[in-house]
Design a binder for this molecule. Structure first.
Ligand SMILES: [Zn+2]
Length: 113
């Protein structure tokens, strides 16, 4: 599982979504890089309509050096800020968006090595 962001060919600055020019250096060349992991910064749950479970949205920092992404999660995170999440691309109605999943039990839990 991974999610693609764009990395500037000149300075290495990473952005999502793609830009015509690098916001850091102005260069117009970039290539996709696949990122697998992110750190949870904050999250919120938006209530659904009656009978629906709602949606969980989170701000994460892709590791090891960004960018910040707004992702959706299938369920509320168990640990909160600092939790490691796995990034994945989820295509819905023809649009590919960043999602994140909590790793399986014990993996990525702070203090457990
Ligand atoms: Zn750049």
């Amino acid at each position: 599982m991974s999610f693609n962001v764009m990395e500037c060919a000149q300075c290495g600055h990473r952005v999502y979504p793609a830009r015509l020019w690098c916001p850091a250096c102005g260069h117009d060349g970039a290539h996709a890089v696949a990122l697998e992991e992110a750190e949870l910064l904050a999250w919120t749950q938006v209530p659904g309509k009656a009978g629906e479970s709602g949606s969980v949205f989170a701000t994460v920092n892709a590791l090891p050096r960004g960018p910040l992404l707004v992702v959706r999660l299938p369920e509320a995170p168990r640990q909160g800020a600092g939790q490691r999440l796995r990034l994945l691309a989820h295509t819905w109605q023809g649009v590919t968006l960043p999602w994140a999943l909590a790793p399986s039990d014990g993996e990525g839990v702070p203090g457990k090595h």
